[in-house]
Design a protein around this ligand. Structure first.
Ligand code: SF4
Ligand code: SF4
Length: 432
């Protein structure tokens, strides 16, 4: 029986690992649709921002709630590791060999049951009852709203399974059941044991095993859901912050092709530029033109809306939402991936681009203030995408707001943004 259970568990675990690895392969393939760029790395940034949650603290209430869930996730995962070992070896509470340390782990996990449950219920209330403004934007309807609720309800259900499992286990321990030796410390679920003491040992074993299987199968299903969800940030936040660019905030990277052409215009004696292998277009038309870092950013977005809530364009009623820019980028990347999947890995033009999802009105509403980059808790840069998409509009499509077109034309004709010929520049001085 134990052997059969271990084989079944190994099969479930193997299938879950297979499908999860396939999903990660899909994400990796989609990120590599973008341009390869030289990436900066910073372990310190990753430790500070992803592990240390340093950018969360500006909003204390969600910061504390998120910290409860984050630490709970780490501590409760020790129990998940134990469940996996038990499942494979047919043991029961194998980590009890740690003695006193096991008591600390089980007690800490139980405290986090309560904290995570409280935080999760509060998150649900904030989203669905209080309706916190940053979760009500137009991009947060339908799937993003459902996704957030699925994640929160799943966490509640999974923790409930652990509570039932621990309480039934303790009832069996107190009965002196041969397979449930006394171990662990359970300061929370100990209070629920009287509810279970009226049951016979057979029923309790079924209940404990059912909760055990429900919890671990639920975890494995959830693991496979994560790469399709905003919850993917729990994995992506680490590489994304590790690859945070080191350039100064607000620094706009120079487009080398433009620089070379301008240099040549100003000084024709300069040698003609070498072919740098830069893309044939200026700016970003579609996800293929974005850097892989921008695409990684899109998969890392938690849809928290901190960027949008700080965006002056959004706050003054403009169409722009930096969160939507990231969500649209991810959606486009996924749809390009699906086209490739349907065509044996080959790209077949579907007649759409990223500009079909992000409008000119949104792009030109950006003031390039950098507030979204500053606010993002996982170092995402929506501004990079916006600026490069604008560059495409101007340099490839000659599309810019009227005021900018006039300025461009003045620069081209007069060498200055004003409608005055260069020869008349000093007329103001002569008029004195
Ligand atoms: S840089 Fe643009 S998108 Fe970001 S906050 Fe400022 S205006 Fe909004
Ligand atoms: S870009 Fe950053 S701040 Fe904006 S929604 Fe995504 S994770 Fe939140």
């Amino acid at each position: 029986m134990v052997y059969l259970s271990s084989v079944l568990f190994a099969l479930v675990l193997g299938a879950s690992a297979f499908f999860f690895a396939r999903s990660i392969g899909r994400v990796r393939r989609n990120i590599t649709l973008g341009r390869k760029v030289k990436l900066d790395t910073s372990l310190a940034t990753m430790m500070r921002v992803a592990l240390g949650q340093s950018k969360m603290v500006v909003r204390p209430v969600p910061a504390v709630l998120h910290l409860c869930v984050y630490l709970g996730f780490l501590v409760i995962n020790i129990e998940v590791i134990e469940i996996v070992i038990d499942g494979l070896l047919g043991t029961h509470r194998v980590l009890s060999m740690l003695g006193g340390l096991y008591d600390v782990i089980t007690a800490a996990a139980e405290v986090f049951f309560v904290l995570v449950m409280a935080a999760t219920v509060t998150f649900l209330i904030r989203r669905n009852v209080i309706k916190v403004k940053r979760f009500q934007s137009r991009e947060m309807s339908k799937w993003p709203r459902l996704d957030a609720n699925i994640i929160l309800w799943t966490e509640i259900v999974l923790i409930t399974a652990l509570v039932v499992m621990n309480a039934a286990d303790q009832a069996l321990q107190r009965m002196g059941h041969a397979h449930y030796p006394e171990t662990g410390a359970f300061p929370i679920t100990a209070h629920l044991v009287p509810l279970f003491m009226g049951m016979d040992a057979g029923t309790l074993v079924i209940l404990e095993r059912a909760a055990w299987w429900f919890h671990i199968v639920g975890i494995l299903l959830f693991l496979n859901y994560i790469p399709y969800s905003k919850h993917f940030h729990i994995m992506m936040a680490f590489p994304n912050t590790y690859f945070t660019p080191k350039r100064a905030k607000g620094h706009f990277p120079v487009n080398e092709r433009v620089k070379q052409e301008v240099t040549l215009m100003l000084d024709p004696s300069q040698p003609a530029p070498e072919d740098t292998g830069e893309p044939a277009t200026f700016g970003v038309k579609d996800v293929f033109d974005l850097s892989r870092k921008s695409l990684m950013d899109a998969y890392t977005c938690t849809e928290c809306g901190r960027c949008t809530s700080q965006c002056p364009a959004n706050l003054t009623g403009k169409a722009l939402s930096p969160r939507k820019v990231m969500m649209d980028t991810r959606d486009r990347m996924e749809s390009v991936g699906r086209v490739k999947d349907a065509n044996k890995g080959q790209w077949v033009d579907d007649g759409k681009t990223l500009h079909d999802l992000i409008s000119r009105e949104e792009l030109w509403a950006c003031t390039s203030c950098n507030a979204c980059v500053e606010a993002c808790p996982v170092n995402i840069n929506p501004l990079d995408i916006i600026l490069q998409m604008r560059q495409y509009l101007v340099m490839e499509q000659s599309q810019a707001p009227e005021a900018l077109m006039v300025m461009f034309s003045n620069i081209e004709n007069n060498g200055a943004p004003w409608p005055i010929p260069a020869t008349d520049r000093f007329n103001w001085a002569n008029a004195q």
